[in-house]
Design a binder for this molecule. Sequence first.
Ligand code: FES
Length: 569
Amino acid sequence: MTTPKTPYRSRAWFDTPELYGWLRQAAFRAEGFGEPAYEGRPVIGICNSWSELTHCNAHLRQLAEAVKRGVWQAGGFPLEFPVMSLGEYNMRPTTMLYRNLMSMDVEESITANPLDGVVLLGGCDKTTPALLMGAASADVPAILVTGGPQLKGNWRGEELGSCTDCRRYHQELRAERITEADWAELQSCIVRSPGHCMVMGTASTMAAISEALGMALPGNAAIPAVDSRRQQLSEAAGRQIVRLVEQGLRPSDVMTPAAFENAIRTLHAVGGSTNAIVHLAAIAGRVGIALPLSRFDELSRSTPFILNLKPSGEFLMEDFYYAGGVPALLNVLAPLLDLEAKTVTGDSLGANIAEAQSHNPALIRSLDEPLDAEGGLAVLDGSLAPDGAIIKPTAASPGLLRHRGRAVVFEDHDDMDRRIDDPDLDVRPDDVLVMRNAGPLGGPGMPEWGFLPLPKKLLRQGVRDMVRISDARMSGTAFGTVVVHATPESAAGGPLAAVRNGDVIELNVPERRLDLLVEPAEIARRLAAEARPPAPYRRGYGWLFAQHILQADKGCDFDFLRAEALHSA
Ligand code: FES
């Protein structure tokens, strides 16, 4: 080991003549550690979001053991600790309600304890951004290790991705094109192992952009969860965090404006999840960097979409790993990136990816032959979303990207559930389905309800896509012409609350417009007459959430958690 740039942070806990220094040493002895295990060593926390309630993270204890091996090898003292876990399938009403709470758990667990560096273990959708938000606020040297994607699904010889193909086949079930027996058989065929969803959903997107952001080791994102090379990478992360502590490289040194621009370009190049916009804005806010939606859109227009993965393309994360993973993708994107950005390897992004090569040009396309000349996400503006809305054009029907239709309005998710399959519902294939009261306040927590199901009666006619608009989010694994994050949300007085059945809505993605074709004075009159929905929580965390949650364009963070001094990226 080299001499650290500054004395270990942990010494403030141990180098004390008072009783507590003695007691802390006694506490480690109680765990079986002999001579002061931390003597001369940096103390490395392994911040673990393992939980049996989070199937995507169910293997993280094994990875924690690999990290510990690496820490010991490099001369550190590893200590694993649990933090809240956010299981996408189990938590109600939505994991997004709890992302900020987990980030507070991460921050406070790091800052309150004698830790010199941290390896963050996550994977499922919200766990990765929560770890990065907490680590950014704590600003102690940190490396992210994600759990990796699940094995590819396979049903009767067809390769399937969770949960893009879960949704596609559920639509086929509703259209009565597959049977209940088929549907039951599919259940074990799609989700075959621990690890996160293996399409370019939110978890894969956050893992990919974490490499571009510089917070994860090169190659981390795509190694399958159960591949032994993921354990080898975890061990390497354990060794590397000890070096980072010696160098004194903190998250605020890595997550710079340049790094966020690299991350945003990567998000567009991979056709990533709409949710990543919210998470990146929140992470950036923790280090005092403003990421306006307009910047996401500017970078989208100058970043080709080059990764051929579901839900916008054909392949799965396992294929991406064999094709060279994120380093190979970034090597292709290099002319558009700031290669001087620092990373947790201690080297620049450019140095990390210099030797990376793509082994599958059909999967990682070149800049000259992209899947699309523009990036995978677009930011809309207009009278229906004055502070922005998001669409994923790469996963939408090209024929609906310019569309005008009658609004069919659902008051909230329950109303939609009750009426969507009503044979008497007045709905036509060229209508626009609108759902409100599903935003940060209205949901609450902005659930992933934006992928509104299509009415059964239209599915039976062969309809497979319609324009859908809400203030909700959408799972990164979903597809279709779905506009989400309409901001401000309806529960905060946004214009979505003014839409009435039969109003005409115009979507124009090439011109980035989303408009309610109703006179502004009439919209204002309707909003003034609209009563705000009652707060769903009167106590506890839900109450705190409602008092302090910011809108989607600010990352849905709590106002009191953002860094004070914002400067533009
Ligand atoms: Fe965890 Fe999809 S359910 S990543």
